[in-house]
Design a protein around this ligand. Sequence first.
Ligand code: ADP
Length: 412
Amino acid sequence: RSRSYVIYFTHENMTNKKILVINCGSSSLKYQLFLMPEGLNLIKGIIEKIGAKDSFIKQEIKDGKKFEKKTEIKDHKAAFKQVVQAILDKEYGLLSSIDEINAVGHRVVHGGEKYSASVVIDKTVINDIEECSDLAPLHNPPNIEGIKSAMETFPNAIHTATFDTSFHQTLPEYAYMYALPYELYEKFKIRRYGFHGTSHRYVMSKALDFCKRAKENTNLITCHLGNGCSITSIAAGRSIDTSMGLTPLEGLIMGTRSGDLDPAIIGYLVDKGYEIKDIINILNKKSGMLGISGVSNDLRDIEKGAKEGNKRCQIAIDAFAYRVKKYIGSYCAVMVKCDILVFTGGIGENSVVMRERICKNLQSIGIHLDPDRNKLVGNHLGVVSTDFSRVTILVVPTNEEERIARDSYDLA
Ligand code: ADP
């Protein structure tokens, strides 16, 4: 009896909730308002250049009404004031009171080894996120700043955290352990954490729904190829390996990040007179496709350069595809068989030619891309493999914000 009462009560309480999703960077604040459980996007906005004189806010609501305002926004607290004004604006907003917002879902980059799922934020959670700041010094501090300011701004809402790392907490020890002295793991928690977890989890669910498959008997490889790139191998709904590591620098070649390299290169450059902080800056901001091509971190510019005969652009493209291909091969080797291969992220969703390059000559591991379907699907959800391909290849547009909103809704 009490059980049916709980179900009834929960159902009544959980219909039609408005969830605000927050993604706070050091100088930016992105926000989206969702109507749940439908997942309908009501408002999308961004504040940029927080702390500078020329900060601005841009917002668009679901009927397409847009506005943009330039105004000095000195910190995250001031930024949230702008968000509230914009959401409540009579002409360009949608809500009449901020109390209409039932929950606020925050994107948090690093949850360390503590969080394997999204959580309701309390003092302990804030302390834990602060403790993980060492592991993500550029991301966790602004995330905390955002959480604290949002809690002041929306005191009646439930606040939840969704971590980029949590989906990968299912990695087995042998996949997350670096072959370093074990005490470095014990002392400093140096291990593979993996990132983009929210995106890999989102596209996994979409792919399973689309293929009408149960997660328990399905293996997937999901390729998130954007400015940052990572690839994950998923068995029975659990991440079993992923290409990013202690930080998002490891793995695939990215827009400006090197991905995998011989660690001895760092010592070699130190011997040549480089300082560590400069090397880290090079590896994060001046490497990847930008580093090889010397033209841009944006694949569209590099494709254009290659077409015009720029050799370094062609090498960047080939190296990018080659690295993804190698990871697909190795991730096929760590699962009994791969059922679904997913492409997502700006490059994975949009670049028909990059998907073609990556899948070329992978027939021996059951990956047969259909060139016509690949063109036809473009950047929409759909199958791009042939009917006889053992591995179903899918394009799945990612939506990390919707995933965060769903987690927040479920927790609220
Ligand atoms: P982020 O990781 O910053 O979210 P995105 O997922 O938006 O980035 O991906 C950005 C990348 O997607 C850029 O390299 C861009 O060139 C690429 N991209 C976007 N649209 C296209 C397209 N039509 N063709 C090729 N590449 C594209």
